[in-house]
Design a protein around this ligand. Structure first.
Ligand code: GLN
Length: 280
């Protein structure tokens, strides 16, 4: 007897619960394996499942439950600002908090339409640069990363979403400095976790997000210090820096900005959990 979709879902819920994993993962993986919309899925719960799909689903649930491999590595995708991005083991899985960075940055850009040239530093999957270009097609957007593997993913995402973004292989802003380019806006969600926090991370983050994308020296501040110092050569007068930060880095990042740009107006924003998460 072929199991129904509902039975597969029930099995997954129980299995995930026993392994202290989120039960919702079962539904998301099932929707992915079946290639259905959520609504179609809910309407077909009593349909029987093809055995090969059931086996594929079971393997994914088991591997997530036992190893912590993120759902996004199993499906190869994550949603960001209502679009689907490809993710791989070479890229940070985009986070909800980073969508808030886009939200506030777009608000800011609306008030300052003369800011047109943007660079996304450490683009990873490309979410920041690509989303900005698609939301505001008049912007000129460049995106850089030190990881060629990540750049490959970002370029594929730009193609998939038809976003005209220029990609550079670059350690922070060095490629722009070498080629003498300047911009109006530097946006970045750089690696910012101190190495000392390694043990406090979940196995899903610790074992599967690339460490190059997570960790930074100097209590996690090395990335900001570098970008801010390089910004002195790259950022045009009256330009804008937009950073995602760690929940306890607001004071340190603000101080770094003020020492490099004494006249800067620095503003902090909180994420949906009320934690300091963005500095503009
Ligand atoms: N810019 C990408 C993101 O926000 C990657 C960030 C990173 O790898 N630190 O998801």
């Amino acid at each position: 007897m072929k199991p129904t979709i509902q039975e597969a879902l029930n099995w997954a819920s129980l299995f995930l619960k026993r392994h202290n994993r989120e039960e919702k993962v079962g539904e998301l993986l099932l929707i992915h394996v079946l290639g259905l919309s959520r609504l179609e899925f809910l309407m077909r719960l009593q349909d029987p499942m093809a055995p090969e799909k059931y086996d594929m689903f079971k393997q994914m649930v088991e591997s997530h439950a036992t190893t912590g491999i993120p759902l996004q590595h199993l499906t190869g995708e994550e949603q960001f600002y209502d679009r689907t991005f490809t993710v791989t083991k070479d890229t940070l899985i985009p986070r909800q908090e980073t969508e808030e960075l886009i939200y506030y940055l777009l608000e800011d850009l609306n008030k300052r339409p003369h800011l047109t040239d943007v660079v996304d530093v450490g683009t990873g999957t490309g979410v920041l640069g690509i989303t900005l270009k698609l939301e505001r097609p008049n912007l000129n957007v460049s995106a850089v990363d030190i990881s060629d593997a990540a750049l490959g993913v970002a370029k594929a995402n730009a193609k998939r979403l038809a976003a005209d973004v220029t990609f550079w292989s670059s350690d922070f802003l060095s490629a722009l400095i070498e080629t003498g380019q300047s911009v109006d806006v530097i946006v970045s969600n750089p690696p910012y976790i101190p190495y000392s926090d390694l043990d406090s991370l979940s196995d899903t983050v610790k074992n599967f997000d690339p460490h190059l994308a997570l960790f930074s020296e100097e209590d996690g501040l090395y990335s900001y210090r570098t970008i801010i110092n390089e910004a002195k050569q790259v950022l045009r007068p009256h330009g804008l820096l937009a950073f995602e930060i760690g929940y306890n880095q607001q004071e340190a990042v603000t101080a770094l900005i003020r020492s490099a740009f004494p006249d800067a107006i620095v503003e902090t924003k909180q994420d949906m959990f009320g934690r300091d998460r963005m500095v503009f």
